[in-house]
Design a protein around this ligand. Structure first.
Ligand SMILES: [Ca+2]
Ligand SMILES: [Ca+2]
Length: 82
């Protein structure tokens, strides 16, 4: 089941708590810990901070320590195609 573009955008804004267009590490940790939809997508168990760090190390393509919308879209598509 693939997420629609609209759902991905909505999920991004759910995790981007301060709505500045970037998901930083602390927002990512909270998202992993509390967002059921995000958790289901990740299918990873373990420490939220560890998972968040892993996501950043793989999907933060421009190394600014934040996930922006294009990076988030790539991440969702990569996770869905596993
Ligand atoms: Ca943010
Ligand atoms: Ca980035």
């Amino acid at each position: 089941m693939n997420m629609s573009q609209k759902k991905i955008v909505n999920l991004f804004y759910e995790i981007d708590k301060n709505e500045n267009g970037y998901i930083n590490l602390s927002e990512l940790i909270e998202g992993v810990a509390t967002n059921a939809e995000f958790k289901q997508l990740l299918k990873l168990s373990g420490d939220s901070e560890e998972i968040a760090q892993k996501i950043l190390s793989v999907f933060d393509k421009d190394y600014d320590d934040k996930i922006d919308m294009p990076e988030f879209m790539q991440m969702v598509h990569a996770l869905e195609s596993r």
